[in-house]
Design a protein around this ligand. Structure first.
Ligand code: BGC
Length: 721
């Protein structure tokens, strides 16, 4: 809805002023150079008049900085329309939370909402109005570096997190001073580039897009996200930024999105390289026709829209429409009432890196950490254990991960220093060099000699922040060679080895798994990550993290995910399968992943029993209640994650072998048990049909329950429509 104020404002604006609202530029045009540059910097020269008509700026932050730019801007803008400050606040502003893929491993949407709230509080106190988050792109391919920005491979889980992020960032509308507007990105299906190669072709059936990829975007839009960002990739043969069907039909008409659609960095002009526009003018026309409102950094709008509007009345109307949307966003942010949104430097100092936010960062890092292996209960470690702490990754603040431009690795506590608060007998050796291989042999030798003296080896391995994120696709997702070499040498000592893996993407950990007694995966855990790791290693915290993305046994298995469709020749796991080669399988590898979706161990030991259904069949206006009892058989209290999956046995189109539909995180004291329930209704059975309608069909269903997607108990029921 357009307010009267916005209507009046629009009626006073010249065409050039309206076009200005549709162009976004980087902060350095205003004299700030703190932001990350993720794409080509245009050589476009912005005149002073153009500069003070620009609608929004990206990558500027800091209360004083923002106040200065906004004041100067308002003095020079004829109608005193404030600028919007946008930035990538992806997993925190200065308090850095675990990367989104790690937040996915919490399976705790409520916690993620609090993380988004805290990020919004810090960012808004520092003058930011809009964050380019959440990224809700569903991912199947860990070769793609941006898997770190997603919450994983599951439509249901991603949808829950999409809502948490949007609710947490925005709070109630209109957006108040403690919140920021959210940008759902990247619309659409950016998470499926061929071969995991950055910016590569995305090509899938529209049916599959709607079934798996669309739900999380849809949920974010239902949660009232105020912006959507276009993706770099093509979908259905046309780059998203100029894809009328995708934007006008699916996004606007079907999903009812009436907020601001912003292009990704330079994505409008990139339509020229894609080969669907001959020049910037044609690209601008395609983008505005498709419904793109803001041009981020390609200057196609600023350079061409006026000319286009002169030639074509329709373009004029589209410019009016887009400008109205940008002004509505300013209205929803309260910028017309207070262009500074209450920003002041004293408040910023109080909120940024507050004790409360640091506490939340630690909690999030604890919940995000996944225990992947724990043979002979090698973890937790007794405080009197003599530990050989090995790995230069243990002695660095490079724990924040990519997309943490305001985070400071140099002042981030290291794993080594956090462990030293828990254990008295630690011998540390770097073991390998992350940057140069030159000293590796002597570093190896020192590490081995220390390891010989101690009871247990705590090996900290992993990648650096720049080895995941945008433009970091990889064909080899093993640990770096020098780290694997050292692990092999250490394993020859026959001492217990606990490996901690710092990473932004699922890795091929097959050999690490073979050589380690225990594996802990904190991902990139953020500002308070080291504290969380030390608490888990020492047993003060019991791990609860669960993978939201499958870990392959080898790169050759990729893409691998739990909710695949059966083929006509499925592998059933029976003995006869072994002798039958004409099945959907490999001749040199099993189909099974190394660690399945939903997997994660605990120091407690849980079991499930008594799976029951309230009845065996139900109709459209009824539901069935399933119950199962979860028991903690250990002396350690903990949190079990009970996961409910459904399999539709016969569909109009093929159905996944399992689909996550519900889960509970159940806190259980030593020896305690609890019965949990899942009420299945018609909606849980619906799916996208060949004509793209989402309906539930009558038929037989399996209900499966377990602690991962490799479920333990199952039963079945009938649905009668
Ligand atoms: C990325 C976006 C990001 C934008 C602004 C692009 O390169 O794809 O995700 O929001 O840069 O920094």
């Amino acid at each position: 809805m357009q307010s009267n104020y916005v209507k009046q404002l629009l009626s006073k604006m010249t065409l050039q002023e309206k076009i200005g609202q549709l162009q976004q530029i980087a902060g350095d045009f205003f004299g700030d150079d703190g932001s990350p540059i993720t794409g080509p910097l245009s050589t476009y020269k912005v005149s002073k008049t153009q500069l003070y008509n620009i609608g929004s700026v990206l990558g500027v932050s800091g209360a004083e900085n923002v106040l200065k730019i906004q004041r100067e801007y308002l003095k020079n803008n004829r109608l005193h329309i404030p600028l919007i400050f946008m930035a990538d606040i992806i997993h925190g502003y200065k308090t850095i939370f675990p990367i989104p893929l790690a937040l996915g491993s919490t399976w705790d949407p409520e916690l993620v909402k609090r993380v988004a709230q805290a990020s919004a509080a810090e960012a808004s106190a520092s003058g930011i109005d809009v964050t380019f988050s959440p990224m809700v792109d569903l991912v199947h391919d860990p070769r793609w570096g941006r898997v770190m920005e997603s919450t994983g491979e599951d439509p249901y889980l991603n949808s829950l997190f999409a809502k948490s992020f949007v609710d947490g960032y925005q709070g109630n509308l209109p957006v108040d001073e403690k919140h920021v507007a959210a940008t759902v990105k990247h619309f659409a299906a950016y998470g499926a580039p061929e071969a995991g190669r950055e910016y590569n072709t995305v090509d899938m059936s529209e049916w599959r897009f709607r079934e798996q990829y669309l739900p999380a975007y849809q949920k974010a839009i239902e949660s009232k996200a105020l912006l959507v960002m276009t993706s770099f990739n093509i979908l259905f043969g046309i780059p998203a930024t100029g894809n009328k069907y995708l934007m006008r039909h699916i996004l606007r008409r079907e999903l009812g999105f009436n907020g601001v659609l912003i292009s990704d960095w330079n994505a409008i002009n990139e339509m020229i390289s894609h080969g669907v526009a001959s020049d910037s003018e044609e690209a601008a026309e395609k983008a505005i026709q498709a419904g793109t409102d803001i041009d981020m950094m390609s200057f196609a709008f600023l350079g061409s829209l006026e000319k286009l509007a002169m030639k074509n009345e329709e373009v004029k109307k589209l410019i009016d429409e887009a400008a109205a949307r940008v002004l509505n966003l300013k209205d929803a942010l309260g910028l017309f009432d207070d262009p500074y949104r209450g920003v002041d430097a004293a408040k910023e100092r109080q909120i940024v890196l507050s004790q409360e936010n640091l506490g939340l960062a630690k909690k999030a890092a604890e919940e995000a950490t996944v225990l992947l292996k724990n043979q002979h209960q090698s973890l937790p470690l007794d405080s009197n254990k003599a530990i050989a702490l090995i790995g230069s990754k243990a002695n660095t603040g490079d724990l924040l991960g990519n997309w943490s431009w305001k985070g400071d690795p140099a002042s981030t506590q290291t794993i080594k220093s956090a462990l030293e608060d828990h254990f008295d007998n630690i011998l540390f050796e770097a073991g390998y060099d992350m940057v140069s291989a030159e000293n590796n042999l002597s570093l190896n030798e020192q590490a081995i000699s220390s390891a010989k003296k101690q009871d247990v080896i705590l090996y900290v391995a992993g990648l650096s922040a720049s080895q995941s994120g945008e433009a970091s696709s990889m064909t080899d997702i093993s640990l770096p060679k020098e780290q694997l070499d050292l692990l092999r040498k250490l394993s020859k000592l026959h001492k217990p080895i606990i490996t901690i893996v710092i990473t932004g993407r699922p890795l091929d950990l097959t050999e690490v798994d073979r050589l380690s007694d225990a594996i802990l995966l904190p991902w990139f855990p953020g500002t308070a990550g080291a504290l969380a790791i030390a608490d888990i290693v020492s047993g003060k915290t019991n791990p609860t993290g669960r993978l939201s993305m499958t870990f392959p046994k080898s790169v050759g298995q990729i893409p691998i995910y739990y909710n695949y469709y059966n083929t006509g020749r499925p592998l059933t796991g029976t003995l006869e399968d072994r002798n039958n080669i004409y099945l959907s399988k490999y001749i040199d590898s099993s189909n099974d992943p190394l660690y399945p979706f939903g997997f994660g161990l605990s120091y407690s030991n849980y079991t499930l029993k008594d799976l029951r259904l309230s009845k065996k069949e139900f109709t459209a206006d009824e539901s069935i209640t399933a119950s199962v009892t979860v028991k903690n058989n250990s002396k350690i209290s903990g949190t079990a994650t009970v996961q409910w999956y459904i399999h539709d046995l016969v569909g109009e189109v093929v159905r996944p072998v399992k689909e996550l539909k519900h889960f509970q995180r159940v806190q259980l004291g030593a020896g305690a048990e609890e019965t949990v329930t899942f009420t299945v209704s018609k909606q849980d059975l619906s799916y996208v049909h060949a004509d793209f309608t989402r309906v539930s069909d009558a038929g037989s269903f399996k209900l499966l329950v377990g602690f991962s997607s490799q479920t333990e108990l199952e039963t079945s029921f009938l649905f009668k429509n």
